[in-house]
Design a binder for this molecule. Structure first.
Ligand SMILES: Nc1ncnc2c1ncn2[C@@H]1O[C@H](COP(=O)(O)OP(=O)(O)OP(=O)(O)O)[C@@H](O)[C@H]1O
Length: 582
């Protein structure tokens, strides 16, 4: 008889429990127990006390019951394989909280009910759910991200979300209520629904319209109040104006904590100069976005604002709107770009969408200043994750590699789409990599930097001298500046060290250590103790060194960088799977 070793008085890694794989630091990485005729239920509450678990594979047994909600405690899970059992019931609503999940296989079970919001897991590349009794509509997956997708032989109904040729009909067959591409039956067009008299929805609509009317009246009153105040107060200084002047960034003197700088009582600093024209409300261009539908300049002026930072590029405010939406508003003063060029630039950027790039929601331009409105992302930045929280310790190698790959891909997409227009990011750094709800990285402030700082512009100038067309030269260089900056982010991920002086200090230090052949000394200690693959860390370091080549022309394109990083990531995944299944 096999001795499983699964004895609660022993240590799974030290005492080598069967089916358990551990990292060098003796934390459990994989549990693989396939085809073992287990009978019983999945006790996720216990299993997921293992915080480091990346792979859980329990295929082809007789496990019954549901997937418990506690599965979301397995925060580092990348692979969940449960096919060929007798699982039943709904998938837990907590499943999408597994933000690191890449592969989910629940095929050949008896799961029923609707799918939870799985598209929220942005890194999911394989979803196999064939041969269950799942029902409802298929959520709006981005199929371009998927390697495998199969929901055949279930009870799904309604239109299939746009597949764009990524999967054929075999992934969807056997669901009698499904319609549309890639199946051959077209979806019937829905007849318009007449509004029901006295129904809940018309009551709601009434409330919404009354809300709008009250809001409209409030704005009108506010404007009248402003006009009256302006006329009355010529030659007089109001409290708000005094506050504004006191922290006016043109003096560049104000500094301190964000709460020190809360401005004008409930009003924001930028309102002081931005409201200089009575045309203000018509100058705010709101781009198509459900987040700030109908946003008005007045809304921004009225809302409480908190200064988050004052970078070389301008100031950033957190602005809380009445309806609970929180925005990040970047105020750039004296940007040497005409309003027309700025508008054109913003429109071009607005046309290019990538899930890992934060789109501008609205913008405003006057001669003296430009405002850019973004969604406020609560989870902070890559900088904070790496350097300002305890989480830097928990930010494991797999997650860092994913962040690197996602940013490289997003940047490659933006460079490709905006290459002809010469719009690069221009100010890429870890404070400009924000984390979405699912901790997926998101590049912010794309295209906001036209004038580089001294060090970087010297690179740009050297480059432009080499080409016939100085404009083309400058444009080209800004893209190469992005590559350098991306290389510095890779170094930050690998070393866990702070970046100063635009990364030149970190680059110098890394070069000095590597040239002494002490390469391992370079890496973040938490990566070493986690047992991250030294070979793959060195491979990523080599990509970083290519990116920070002092000669811009020698640096690879970001598409080449993305391919190199994806190869490393594939190797990492391959090793997790093969070690796990060995
Ligand atoms: N949309 C956003 N949501 C949440 N936090 C944000 C957002 N945009 C920026 N931040 C954070 O606010 C802080 C201040 O941002 P700011 O852009 O002023 O800083 P910076 O990136 O260092 O400067 P600059 O971009 O001007 O060089 C940073 O920590 C940044 O990560």
């Amino acid at each position: 008889m096999v001795n499983w070793g699964w004895n609660l008085t022993s240590e799974p890694c030290i005492d080598k429990w069967v089916g358990v794989d551990c990292s060098q630091s003796k934390s459990v990485k994989r549990i693989v127990l396939n085809g073992l005729d287990f009978i019983g239920t999945l006790d996720a509450a216990s299993v997921c006390t293992i915080q480091s678990l990346a792979v859980l594979s329990l295929q082809n047994s007789t496990i019954v019951g549901g997937i418990p909600v506690e599965i979301s405690n397995c925060k580092h899970l990348t692979h969940l394989y449960l096919s060929g059992n007798q699982f039943s019931g709904n998938l837990p609503g907590s499943l999408p909280q597994l933000s690191n999940l890449k592969r989910l296989d629940i095929s050949f079970n008896n799961f029923s009910g609707e799918l939870p919001n799985l598209p929220r897991i942005s890194g999911l590349i394989s979803f196999l759910a064939e041969n269950n009794q799942l029902s409802g509509q298929i959520p709006d997956f981005d199929f371009s991200n998927f390697e495998y997708f199969d929901v055949s032989n279930n009870n799904f109904s309604g239109p299939i979300p746009s597949v764009n040729g990524h999967f054929g009909s075999s992934s969807f067959l056997g669901n009698p209520g499904l319609c549309g591409e890639p199946l051959s039956n077209t979806c019937p067009s829905a007849p318009p629904q007449p509004p029901k008299k006295g129904s809940k929805s018309s009551r709601n609509r009434f409330l919404i319209y009354s809300g709008y009317t009250i809001l409209g009246l409030a704005i009108l009153l506010f404007l009248v109040f402003k006009l009256v105040n302006r006329n009355k107060g010529k030659g007089e200084t109001t409290d708000v104006e005094r506050n504004g002047v006191a922290v006016d960034s043109s003096s560049n003197k104000a500094s301190g904590t964000s709460s020190d700088l809360k401005t004008g009582g409930n009003r924001s600093e930028y309102s002081i100069t931005s409201a200089e024209s009575g045309m203000a409300s018509s100058s705010l261009v709101v781009l198509a976005s459900p987040v700030v539908k109908g946003l008005r300049f007045e809304d921004l002026l009225r809302a409480p604002a908190e200064l988050l930072g004052r970078g070389k590029n301008g100031s950033l405010y957190k602005v809380m709107l009445d309806d609970g939406v929180t925005l990040a508003v970047k105020r750039i003063k004296d940007w040497g770009i005409s309003s027309e060029d700025f508008r054109r630039r913003m429109q071009k950027i607005d046309l290019v969408k990538h899930p890992n790039v934060l789109p501008p929601l609205a913008y405003y331009s006057s001669k003296q200043e430009k405002l850019l409105v973004y969604e406020y992302l609560q989870n902070g930045s890559l900088f904070k994750l790496l350097h300002e929280t305890e989480n830097g310790q928990l930010f494991d190698w797999g997650s860092r590699l994913n962040v690197a790959a996602s940013i490289a891909e997003a940047l490659a997409f933006m460079h490709n789409e905006l290459g002809e227009d010469g719009i690069a990011h221009g100010n890429l750094k870890s404070t400009n990599i924000l984390l979405k709800k699912d901790m997926d990285p998101c590049i912010s402030e794309y295209g906001l930097m036209v004038i580089e700082n001294q060090d970087r512009s010297s690179i740009a100038k050297t480059d432009s001298l080499k080409t016939q067309n100085p404009n083309a030269g400058r444009v080209y260089s800004t893209f190469k500046v992005d590559i350098y900056a991306f290389g510095v982010i890779l170094l930050e991920l690998l070393t866990g060290k702070l970046v100063q002086n635009n990364g030149f200090d970190l680059a110098k230090w890394v070069h000095s250590v590597v040239s002494e052949e002490w390469t391992v000394e370079v890496f973040d200690k938490s990566l070493i103790s986690e047992g991250a693959s030294e070979e793959r860390m060195v491979n990523l370091l080599q990509v970083a060194l290519k990116c920070i080549n002092p000669s811009p022309n020698e640096r690879p394109s970001i598409s080449q960088v993305a391919i190199m990083i994806n190869t490393i990531r594939d190797e990492e995944e391959g090793s997790i799977i093969s070690e796990g299944l060995a």
